[in-house]
Design a protein around this ligand. Structure first.
Ligand code: PLP
Length: 396
């Protein structure tokens, strides 16, 4: 007998994964080259060579007891120090190793941050559309997800006034994700300032801090000169959840961190609690070998130009075909308005062309679809005739 808390999670099990499985079956029938699977956000550019070079060197030349042993729950001191210094160089900050807690990717970083602050019945605010797992992560701690609807202007920037209305005495945190999955939007500085202002006022009003949890696995994946503001510069109670899954193409390695700035409320207590949370949710510590490897690769980056070219080709191709798309500024997702009131019907028509995309409803963004463009460039080029045929069916 499974727990009541698990039942809705089983019932709502990932549409994206289902689509991915369907793609595999389709490929057996029509051949993999004829399936255009845009469902998963799995990086398809290889990790930089520096990562495998570092792993080989560490395995050959470092003490195996240290490389494979238990360590402090927060991670290797040298890794945390190197990350702090890297951030200080990039953002002019003064972080120390103590501010950084290594985690198993952004997924566990978010769980650590949420476990640190949530009691049953608390609330966390998210902006629709949003990464599907937030609701599950929040639910892990028996807290509620409060959704703020998108602005009516179609920008998919967070609705600041909607945020104000969503705050209650139970609000403990707001999650933001920029560059954004699923929309590809990057929040400009003005929006961050606005959120910071509202959260400062509302924290004051409700008498406790509202944390701004910044989920940043796509921080380096930005195009056309878009800049991602360093959010703790604008709001003291920011907790950053970072991952190397996308920037270094290492999703299977499970590596990232939680960053707790000194300026945040009770930062020392937060750091202690988050370190314990890392242990007691069962991660114990982030995987050791990859911690040591990334310590040497903080300047490396996966081939971001590849994604930019894919995003541009897809955006131009679909826009020319008559679709209404948000211009991709970051991450590797294109957010497209469904030409059909019933977005599932649109997804079904694309499927007949062997094009697999994710319905926006899977992200609490009905009326849209998400196209994940971390695929071979030919997949995009070869899918365009199918997209055009569907556009003709809708007389776009
Ligand atoms: N947050 C967002 C917005 C994501 O898109 C993802 C993964 O796709 C994650 C968090 C989880 O990333 P990780 O693989 O680092 O756990």
């Amino acid at each position: 007998m499974i727990a009541e808390n698990m039942k809705p999670r089983v019932a709502g099990n990932s549409v994206i994964r289902q689509m991915f499985e369907e793609g595999k079956k389709m490929a057996q029938v029509v051949g993999p080259e004829n399936v255009y699977d845009f469902s998963l956000g799995n990086p398809n550019v290889p990790a930089p060579r520096a990562v495998s070079d570092a792993i080989i060197d560490i395995l050959q030349n470092e003490d195996p007891i240290r490389v494979h042993g238990y360590m402090s729950n927060a991670g290797f001191e040298e890794t945390r120090q190197a990350i702090a210094e890297d951030l200080n160089r990039r953002y002019g900050t003064a972080y120390r190793a103590e501010n950084v807690i290594m985690s198993a990717g952004a997924g566990s970083a978010l769980n650590v941050a949420l476990k640190t602050i949530l009691d049953p019945g608390d609330e966390v605010i998210v902006f629709a559309p949003y990464f599907v797992e937030y609701k599950n992560y929040i639910g892990n701690f028996y807290a509620g997800t409060v959704e703020v609807a998108p602005r009516p202007d179609g920008s998919f920037l967070p609705d600041a006034e909607g945020l104000r209305k969503a705050v209650t005495e139970k609000t403990r945190a707001v999650i933001v994700n920029t560059p954004n999955n699923p929309t590809g939007v990057v929040y400009p500085e003005t929006v961050i300032r606005q959120l910071a202002e509202i959260l400062t006022e509302e924290s004051e009003r409700i008498g406790h801090p509202i944390y701004l949890i910044s989920d940043e696995p796509y921080r380096e994946l930005v195009y056309g000169g878009a800049e991602v503001p360093h959010i703790p510069d604008y709001y003291d109670n920011t907790i950053i959840c970072y991952s190397y899954s996308k920037s270094l193409s290492l999703p299977g390695e499970r590596i990232g961190y939680v960053l707790v700035p000194d300026a945040s409320d009770d930062s020392q207590e937060f750091i202690t609690a988050a370190t314990i949370a890392n242990r007691i949710i069962g991660i114990v510590n982030a995987p050791s070998l990859i911690q040591l490897a990334i310590t040497r690769c903080l300047d490396a980056k996966a081939d971001i130009d590849f994604y930019e070219k894919n995003g541009r080709t897809l955006y131009d191709g679909l826009t020319e075909a008559g679709y209404d798309c948000l211009e991709p500024r970051g991450a590797f997702y294109l957010w497209v308005k469904s030409p059909d009131e019933d977005e599932d019907e649109f997804v079904g028509r694309l499927k007949k062309e062997h094009i697999l995309v994710t319905p926006g409803s899977a992200f609490a963004g009905p009326g849209y679809i998400r196209i994940s463009y971390c695929v071979a460039h030919e997949t995009i080029v070869n899918s365009l005739p199918g997209f055009r045929r569907v556009a003709e069916e809708y007389s776009l």
